[in-house]
Design a protein around this ligand. Structure first.
Ligand SMILES: [Fe+2]
Length: 317
């Protein structure tokens, strides 16, 4: 089912291909479709080797306090989460991918980038519901000197909240490096300072509150930030002095299981996608976030080519 939807997205881009010159290097490099390529690139990480382990799920307390914080302010910052995955190796893998001139989201070929979200199950079950789902929307960032995170936005907006500000869905953002005002971190307008939080947006062009209420959320590698998908937020710019390490982070989206799906299909958080499914899902992210990231067209064609190659490989029509 996932693959068929991906193919539909690919079809939408087929007109672009006819108009632009294709980058033959990207499109002809079949090695990118092999596990061996990715294992060689980051030999310390796994592909289809990890079995999700309930013993490694991070225990969770303080629900009432955290839930009140999330409802009132629209976000949570959980420090020292003690993930049972090698955070520093995951950070390095993204640097290696970027050095290879590939987008960081390709890190999701590795098991660890899926397993990390499952370790938050206890927390997400409390905040969402027991059978919550993972949305097929994820991303990875490598913000270098002089670069910026995403500009101010709300993820899904007010449709992602109940009337009492309880979230129907959540974004989970995990820094794999230190994230500070110097090398880019998340900035938010807290929900209780947002004039339009869970309200109709009368003029979305204006900043929805007072600039003095902006809050920086510096974080350490392996912390967890989560926010409602109505929270106004952005990633700041990194300094240009060359003194800072890149800000490297990943994000996931989740929703309750008892509401209508926010996407064409949903993922089970406790099931590891196959390698082929991961490559298709990654290609889908590149296509669907092109408007946010301003990707060059050759990268869009590249993502499309992955999906098309799987169509042939899997004999899907
Ligand atoms: Fe966002």
């Amino acid at each position: 089912m996932h693959l068929r939807i991906a193919l539909k997205i690919a079809k939408d881009y087929s007109m672009l291909r006819k108009e632009e010159k294709l980058d033959l290097d990207y499109l002809s490099n079949d090695s990118l479709l092999t596990k061996e390529f990715w294992v060689d690139l980051n030999p310390c990480l796994n592909i289809e080797n990890i079995v999700y382990d309930n013993q490694s799920i991070i225990s969770y307390k303080n629900f009432v306090q955290d839930n009140n914080h999330l409802i009132k302010l629209g976000y949570l910052h959980k420090k020292n989460s003690n993930f049972k995955v090698p955070i520093s190796l995951m950070k390095k893998s993204i640097a290696n991918i970027v050095n290879y001139k590939l987008p960081p989201v390709f890190a999701f070929v590795y098991d660890e980038f899926w397993y990390i979200q499952f370790q938050l199950r206890m927390l997400l079950e409390k905040i969402l519901n027991k059978n919550y789902k993972q949305l097929p929307d994820f991303w990875a960032w490598h913000v270098g000197n002089g670069q910026s995170g995403w500009t101010p936005h709300r993820d899904k907006g007010e449709r992602s909240l109940f009337k009492n500000n309880k979230p129907k869905s959540l974004t989970v953002w995990i820094p794999l490096s230190k994230a500070s005002p110097n090398n880019s971190c998340m900035y938010i307008l807290p929900a209780n300072k947002d004039n339009f939080y869970n309200k109709p947006k009368l003029n979305s062009a204006n900043f929805p509150g007072s600039v003095s209420d902006i809050k920086a959320l510096p974080a350490e590698a392996g912390d967890v930030l989560m926010w409602t998908q109505e929270l106004y937020h952005w990633g700041s710019s990194s300094g240009e002095d060359g003194l800072n390490e890149p800000r490297i982070s990943i994000a996931f989206e989740f929703q309750r299981s008892d509401i209508a799906p926010f996407n064409n299909f949903l993922l089970e958080p406790n099931l590891l996608p196959t390698f082929n499914e991961r490559l298709v899902l990654i290609s889908m992210q590149i296509l669907q976030y092109t408007h946010m990231y301003g990707f060059k067209k050759d990268l869009v064609y590249w993502a499309q080519s992955y999906i098309e190659k799987y169509k042939k490989k899997l004999s899907l029509v």
